[in-house]
Write a protein that binds this ligand. Structure first.
Ligand code: URA
Length: 440
C-alpha cells in the first residue's frame, strides 16, 4: 500500500477502506509516514469529508493507537463528560462534583487549553499545590477516597491524536467535522468510561459556528460512541455568549466554587445542572426529572461543594482557596473597560472575548506557551443587560501592562448595543441521542 495512492483517492473524493485508514494511522503514529504526506491527506479530508463508516473506523484506529485505560477497578458505572471547548466553560469543575455527590464516581482525564478555549487542567492547576500528574494507581485511589479525580491526559492516550492534532493546528485543518469527531471520541473511548455525555458548543466562540453543523457533529460523535458500545448523549449549547462571567484560570475556579455554593451565574448553574442530570441518567439513576432534582439537591445541600474540596485536598491542593479567592493567584493589574454608550448589551463576540483573555495571558498561542493563572477577565455586563455610558462592561486582570490596551480594544470591538432589550436564545439548543435530535 502506498500513501500517495491514499492521498490521491481522498483528494478525488473516494471513500477510504479500513485497510487504508489503518495503514495511515499505524504508519503515522510509528513515524513511518512523514508530516508532509499526513498534512496532504488531512487537507484532502478537510475538503472531501468522510462518510460515517470512514469516520467510525478512523476513530477506532486512533483509539487503539496508544494506551487505553481500564476503569473496571473502580466500582459503579463511570460516566465521562466532554465539552468541545468554549470561552468561560468551567462546567467540569461544577458538574463532576455534583455527579460524585450523587454517588456516581467520576474518573476523568482532561486536557490543557489551546488558543482561546480553556482547558480544565490549566484551571485546576491554578489552585495552590494541586497536582494533576498522577499514575494510574494513585488516580484510582483518589477516586475511591474522594469520589472523583480529574487528572491530565497522558500523551499516550490515543497517541495518534496527539501527533495529528499538532499537525492540524499548523495546517488549518482543525475545523473538519470527521477530524474533530474522531479526535474527541478516540480519546473518550481510550479513557475507558462506560458512558459519555458531550457538550457540543455552537456559535462564534466554538469550532462549529452554526447550529446545523454542531448538530451534525453531535450526531456523528453519538453514533461513534454507540457503535463502540458506550451509550452517548450530547447537548448542543450556545457559545455565542461567554459562559458565566469569568474567563481565565483562577478566575474560573473562583466562579465554579461560588456556583457550587449556590451563588454562581444563572447560565453556568443551569447548564451544569443539565449536564449533571445527563450524566446521572447515563449512570442509570432514573428518569430525567429525577436526575435533575438529584443534581439540584447536591448543589443546594452543599454536598457538591464538599466533594470539590475533598478532591482538591486529595490532589494536593489547598481547599481553602475555594472559599477564599484571595488564596488563588492574583493579577497585579485590574482595569475596567467602560461602555462607550448607553443601551442594552445585545451581543458579545465570544471569539474576540476569548482572544482578549489570551492577550492578557490566560491562554496559549502555541502548545508550549505557559499560561498566567491569574490573568483573564470578568464581565460586569452580559448580553441582555442594561448598561449606561461609562459603566464598566468588564474588568481585565493581567500581569502584562502592555496588554491592557489591546485587550480593551478587543472587548469594545466585541460588544454590540441595542436600543431595546434583545431576545436571548436558550442556552441548551438541542439534545442528541441515538433516538434522534430534540430541539429546544
Ligand atoms: N478537541 C479535540 O480534542 N479535538 C479536536 O479536534 C477539537 C477539539
Amino acid at each position: 500500500m502506498r500513501m500517495t495512492d491514499i492521498i490521491q483517492k481522498k483528494r478525488d473524493g473516494g471513500a477510504l477502506s479500513q485497510e487504508e485508514i489503518a495503514f495511515f494511522i499505524q504508519g503515522y503514529t510509528a513515524g513511518q509516514i512523514p508530516d508532509y504526506q499526513a498534512a496532504a491527506l488531512l487537507m484532502a479530508i478537510w475538503y472531501r469529508g468522510m462518510d460515517p463508516a470512514e469516520t467510525a473506523w478512523l476513530t477506532a484506529c486512533m483509539a487503539r493507537s496508544g494506551e487505553a485505560v481500564d476503569l473496571s477497578a473502580i466500582p459503579g458505572v463511570k460516566v465521562d463528560k466532554h465539552s468541545t471547548g468554549g470561552v468561560g466553560d468551567k462546567t467540569t469543575l461544577v458538574v463532576a462534583p455534583l455527579v460524585a455527590a450523587c454517588g456516581v464516581p467520576v474518573a476523568k482525564m482532561s486536557g490543557r487549553g489551546l488558543g482561546f478555549t480553556g482547558g480544565t487542567i490549566d484551571k485546576l492547576e491554578s489552585i495552590p499545590g494541586l497536582r494533576t500528574d498522577f499514575d494510574r494507581e494513585a488516580f484510582f485511589a483518589i477516586v475511591r477516597q474522594a469520589g472523583l479525580a480529574v487528572i491530565g491526559q497522558s500523551g499516550q492516550l490515543a497517541a495518534a491524536d496527539k501527533k495529528l492534532y499538532a499537525l492540524r493546528d499548523v495546517t488549518c485543518t482543525v475545523d473538519s467535522l470527521p477530524l474533530i469527531a474522531s479526535s474527541i471520541m478516540s480519546k473518550k473511548l481510550a479513557a475507558g468510561a462506560d458512558a459519555i455525555v458531550l457538550d457540543v458548543k455552537t456559535g462564534s466562540g466554538a469550532f462549529m459556528k452554526t447550529l446545523e453543523d454542531s448538530i451534525r457533529l453531535a450526531r456523528t460523535m453519538v453514533e461513534i460512541g454507540e457503535h463502540n458500545g458506550r451509550p452517548t448523549a450530547a447537548l448542543v449549547t450556545d457559545m455565542d455568549r461567554p459562559l458565566g462571567r469569568a474567563v481565565g484560570n483562577a478566575l474560573e475556579v473562583a466562579e465554579a466554587a461560588a456556583t457550587l455554593r449556590g451563588c454562581g451565574p444563572e447560565d453556568l448553574t443551569g447548564l451544569s445542572l443539565r449536564l449533571a442530570a445527563e450524566m446521572l441518567g447515563a449512570a442509570g439513576r432514573g428518569r430525567p426529572a429525577d436526575c435533575l432534582a438529584a443534581a439540584r439537591r447536591a448543589l443546594e445541600s452543599g454536598e457538591g461543594f464538599a466533594r470539590l474540596s475533598r478532591m482538591v485536598q486529595a490532589q494536593g491542593g489547598d481547599p481553602r482557596a475555594l472559599e477564599d479567592p484571595a488564596r488563588l493567584p492574583q493579577a497585579a493589574l485590574v482595569r475596567p473597560v467602560d461602555s462607550p454608550q448607553s443601551g442594552w448589551l445585545a451581543h458579545l463576540d465570544t471569539a474576540a472575548c476569548g482572544r482578549a483573555a489570551m492577550v492578557l495571558g490566560a491562554g496559549r498561542e502555541r502548545k508550549e506557551d505557559p499560561v498566567d493563572p491569574a490573568a483573564g477577565l470578568v464581565f460586569c455586563k452580559k448580553p441582555g443587560d442594561r448598561v449606561e455610558a461609562g459603566e464598566p462592561l468588564a474588568l481585565l486582570y493581567t500581569n502584562r501592562p502592555q496588554a491592557v490596551e489591546e485587550a480593551g480594544a478587543l472587548l469594545l470591538g466585541a460588544a454590540a448595543f441595542a436600543s431595546q432589550p434583545p431576545a436571548q436564545p436558550p442556552l441548551v439548543l438541542a439534545r442528541v441521542t441515538k433516538e434522534g435530535v430534540e430541539r429546544f
